[in-house]
Ligand binder design. Sequence first.
Ligand SMILES: Cc1cn([C@H]2C[C@H](O)[C@@H](COP(=O)(O)OP(=O)(O)O[C@H]3O[C@@H](C)[C@H](O)[C@@H](O)[C@H]3O)O2)c(=O)[nH]c1=O
Length: 395
Amino acid sequence: MSVNNSNPLHHHWDIFCTVVDNYGDIGVTWRLAKQLVAEYDIPINLWVDDLLSFSHILPMLDPQKSKQTFNGVNIFQWNNPLDIEFTAGSVVIEAFACELPSQIKSIINQLHQHPLSQAPTWLNLEYLSAEDWVEGCHGLPSSQPSGVKKWFYFPGFTTKTGGLICERELFNQRDEWQADSTHKLALFKKLGLQGINAEDTVISVFSYETPALAALCELWQASLTPIHALIPKGRSLHSLTSILPCDIKDLIPGQQFTIGNLTLHILPMTDQNGFDRLLWSCDFNIVRGEDSFLRAQWAAKPFIWHIYPQEDDYHLVKLQAFMQIYCDNLAPEIATTWSEVNLAFNQGNTNAVVMHWQQLHSVNLSLMQHAIEWPINALNEADLASRLVQFVNNS
Ligand SMILES: Cc1cn([C@H]2C[C@H](O)[C@@H](COP(=O)(O)OP(=O)(O)O[C@H]3O[C@@H](C)[C@H](O)[C@@H](O)[C@H]3O)O2)c(=O)[nH]c1=O
């Protein structure tokens, strides 16, 4: 590995991602990488330390292969120390404060100090939050001992933040999909989910563990009309063991079982496009983390956000910050009901979640209308990729 760069810089960008747990870190970086290639024609190298986790949301990926290309993105196995030749491009992104390999840091430093070379723009892509302080921190530089600057890039919901990931054609594609109910029925069939009629209520569930989910399932069993809960094999099911017919490990995608008017379907994991279409096809989505949380908003359907738990319940501060902006122009009774459902779900408060879910019925139409209007407002005219490209050009 050497500093073989002299001006001009190579055009490509490198994105580094460590998989902490779950799929969010790789989910966000993979989505951004695809968009930068497709919409900005930027060659992207995505370095990932855990290809096995990645393969759950990109089933065609071979976890054994150290180099492969999908959607025009070069995907590299990131081992420490790095065992694949690295050539600096014009941008290096460390996602979510993952520590860059020391070889790469020293290449960036050497390029910075070399009078005839230019170092890549070095960015730290942060987690999404709707909190106020984000505006003040977005775009701040931190000077490294060598003098090179690392920039902090914060996604967010206002014009003074880094924006939200959203592909240019996404809303058109969603509208076309949702205009014809045969699309959702065809998707359910393709996923091996049986017995779902066009007028049935369909709810996708991609949450963490919480007793609130079991309480809702109990409520749904007594519903007067059929409800289908679509749940991938994973963390949500750990809260439902008392109603599952077998061990979670023995469940297979496509399997379904009915209790009262509730049918639970075990959902196969799909790629991200498939997951989007699933969210577009359901009446209500229970999502989590960072990426599915945003995709549920883009689906223009009502949702519950099960936020990733943090120490000292800090996640509840982040939840409140988002609920405040989401409810900003909602009538008070709608805002309160929706917020209370979300809070109860996140706090695992079984009585409260059931009570507030029942109240959702009376505000459902307004909530659905709000879900349709929200995505345009939330984008604030520019998505994350376009703001990021502009940020890099200006830095
Ligand atoms: C269920 C499903 C999900 N997905 C994708 C959508 C998302 O990109 C990804 C899930 O990511 P998230 O919704 O963010 O939830 P997550 O819980 O998996 O990830 C979390 O990981 C933690 C380490 C982070 O700190 C959190 O902020 C959060 O990102 O999986 C598919 O592509 N296909 C599927 O079938």
